[in-house]
Design a protein around this ligand. Structure first.
Ligand code: PMP
Ligand code: GLN
Length: 380
């Protein structure tokens, strides 16, 4: 019989909560996906390319016309140049890109530092590569970097540091000072970095997103991951990209070509067309989602939850310690079936969950849905 390589892994919390929400007809603010559609021009471009017969394999690293647009976007939004030929790889979702990057650089016995709470795919990717995840919790209500613990976690076997900003599930963003600190740390210890930046355009209240690609020593050592699912509201198209220096990209592609080989062709052509015509579209996202965050938070004003409005992502954490002492996983199930609102418990993103009562709610939803959800939450 098969002996599991991931004995502690079950079905992801996102699948479980969305299934439970559907079973109970609950408002689903659990799994992160928009309940509104992508821009019409993008959907039209997709349909056109499918009907025009662009349905066979793309080049392994991605359609060049798209990669050129992505390089232009990096220049436009981050002031950084990159070579679309040797530094950009289009992947079937950031999850695949992260997996391939981990596989490309982690060897059996290597240690990989993860900052908890962290996205659920990181640890299994590290384990499948034979590595060992070393978890360093983010600190305090603000989920700040704990520099002392981070420094203490680095050993002679540390190969890789995985970071995520804007951060899922906390909604926190790393500051320029944080990035400078990390830059010095990885340089001092010769570490590689996976920088998960899938929510790069979702930063609020005038904050800036600081990409690893903007800091020279991080730029040299980082695989930076992005996702069209977030930027264009097409999570079901499962396409993203990785930007990394040529030597890292070469190794990433060696893995990528045998995990999936390529990303979906008409998606790549559609996004290339859309970006050529609407290069400013990503810049509209911050205001769009900030308004939704504000609407959701304002509607919760009379509730018994406490919260700090998210700095980024499309997630809002709510603290329920005034309402219940129940553990978050049980409470999410209970509220989904009994109250009709589904959220994500954040303890599942920790190796050792701290004693905090926090749930994650996705506000990438139509206003009426957010208002209905808030109404229910105010009655709890
Ligand atoms: N990283 C983070 C932090 C995420 O929230 C997600 C969720 N979508 C991903 C990676 C994966 O993105 P994709 O759907 O493109 O695989
Ligand atoms: N990234 C999404 C979230 O955090 C879900 C992705 C998934 O379902 N795997 O909710």
């Amino acid at each position: 019989m098969i002996q599991s390589k991931l004995p502690r892994v079950g079905t992801t919390i996102f699948t479980r909560m969305s299934t439970l929400a559907a079973a109970h007809g609950a408002i689903n603010l659990s799994q992160g996906f928009p309940d509104f559609d992508a821009p019409e021009a993008l959907r039209e471009a997709m349909a056109r390319h499918v009907m025009d017969g662009h349905n066979q394999y793309a080049p392994m690293p991605g359609v060049m016309r798209l990669r050129e647009q992505l390089a232009a976007q990096l220049q436009r939004y981050r002031g950084v140049s990159c070579d679309p030929d040797t530094e950009i790889t289009v992947v079937p979702g950031a999850t695949e890109g992260i997996f391939c990057a981990v596989m490309a650089c982690v060897r059996p016995g290597d240690e990989v530092i993860l900052l908890d709470p962290c996205y659920d795919s990181y640890q299994p990717s590290v384990e499948l590569a034979g590595g060992r995840a070393v978890h360093v919790p983010l600190q305090g209500p603000g989920f700040a970097l704990d520099r002392e613990r981070l420094q203490a976690a680095v050993s002679g076997r540390t190969r890789l540091l995985m970071i995520n900003s804007p951060h899922n599930p906390s909604g926190g963003v790393l500051s320029r000072e944080d990035m400078l600190y990390l830059e010095a740390l990885v340089e001092r210890h010769n570490l590689l970095v996976i920088s998960d930046e899938v929510y790069e355009h979702l930063v609020f209240d005038g904050r800036a997103h600081h990409s690893a690609l903007q800091f020279p020593a991080l730029r040299q050592r980082s695989f930076a991951l992005f996702s069209f699912g977030k930027t264009f509201s097409v999570t079901g198209w499962k396409t993203g990209y990785c930007i990394a220096p040529p030597a890292l990209t070469t190794e990433l592609r060696k893995v990528h070509q045998f995990v999936s080989f390529v990303a979906v062709t008409p998606v790549q052509l559609a996004v290339a067309d859309f970006l050529a015509e609407h290069p400013d579209y990503p810049a509209t996202l911050a205001a769009f989602y900030q308004r939704k965050r504000d609407l959701f938070c304002a509607a919760l004003g009379q509730s018994r939850f406490s919260f700090t409005p998210s700095a980024g992502t499309y997630f809002q954490l709510l603290d329920y310690s005034e309402i219940s002492r129940e553990v978050d996983t049980a409470l999410c199930e209970q509220w989904t079936s009994e109250r009709g609102v589904a959220a994500i418990p954040i303890s599942v993103f920790y190796e050792q969950p701290p004693p905090r009562q926090l749930l994650r709610f996705c506000f990438a939803k139509n206003d009426a849905v957010l208002e209905s959800a808030a109404e229910v939450l105010c009655r709890i």
